[in-house]
Design a protein around this ligand. Structure first.
Ligand code: UDP
Length: 247
């Protein structure tokens, strides 16, 4: 399937629907190919602008999913209607697919008790799923080398990496060449949700696209991360759209 992409402030975002994005990954699974999936948000784009190494990683990903209303709004400003694809829901669908088609998965990230509880809950929900690697996300450089060796030996078909951005993207980029048959996806705080430790926003907040606001109210330390990044991001997108219109 040919990628339909649109740059947002210089970073390519795939314009797939939820289902198309899942089918794209399914294609890689069927062909036994590896890939890097990025679930992108405005904070990551702002960071990509500041940190060129991170920016390069974002633009070399094989699939970039618009995660959250920020990107959806940015595309709307550019005249494109795009479905929001929450990374956590996409990952759940991917897990379901792995159970159905017998692909192994690995979970790397979050605190030890969180990743263990998340694995337990996933196993309960998907009893036929084969989880072949579980590791918490707190390690030093020496331990990272061991983790990399272990991962290469186990080579799960899909590896969910929950180290938060940009750490997870750097981790994946370093490893993906050496693990050509693994599909990597950075999933941020998803393990915290799957473990039951953190609750997602009530559905009504999700539907209104205000999950970020709910999380910020619950966890005020996120405020500093989101503001002024979000309004600034949208202003930049508007300026970019005007420039494009003026040719
Ligand atoms: N984390 C980790 N190792 C680290 C730093 C963070 O495993 O060195 C985990 C942390 O426990 C949490 C996730 O990474 O589960 C980051 O979640 P956050 O909600 O901050 O990420 P976001 O979704 O905002 O990218």
């Amino acid at each position: 399937m040919q990628r339909k992409k649109e740059p947002v402030l210089g970073f390519e975002v795939d314009l797939y629907s939820f289902e198309e994005a899942l089918q794209a990954v399914n294609g890689y699974l069927k062909e036994n190919k590896g890939m890097q999936i990025v679930t992108i948000n405005p904070e990551m784009i702002s960071l990509g602008k500041k940190n060129s190494d991170f920016g390069r990683i974002l633009n070399s990903a094989d699939l970039v999913i618009p995660d959250g209303v920020g990107i959806k709004l940015a595309l709307k400003i550019k005249g494109i209607e795009q479905e929001n694809i929450p990374g956590i829901e996409f990952s759940q669908k991917l897990i379901k697919l792995c159970e159905l088609e017998n692909y192994t998965i690995g979970l790397l990230g979050a605190k030890e008790e969180v990743v263990q509880q998340a694995a337990k809950n996933i196993r309960q929900e998907y009893p036929n799923l084969n989880i072949t690697y579980i590791r918490n996300g707190y390690f030093d450089a020496q331990e990272q080398e061991i983790i990399e060796q272990e991962l290469k030996a186990v080579a799960p078909r899909v590896l969910f990496v929950a180290l938060g951005a940009p750490k997870q993207e750097f981790f994946i980029a370093k490893l993906k060449e050496e693990m050509p048959s693994t599909i990597f996806i950075g999933v941020g705080g998803s393990f915290d949700v799957w473990s039951g430790l953190t609750k997602r926003a009530p559905e009504i907040w999700q539907k209104m696209g205000l999950e970020w606001l709910y999380r910020t109210i619950k966890e005020p330390s996120r405020f500093k991360r989101i503001f002024p990044a979000l309004p600034l991001f949208l202003v930049r997108v508007i300026i970019e759209a005007i420039r494009e219109k003026l040719g």
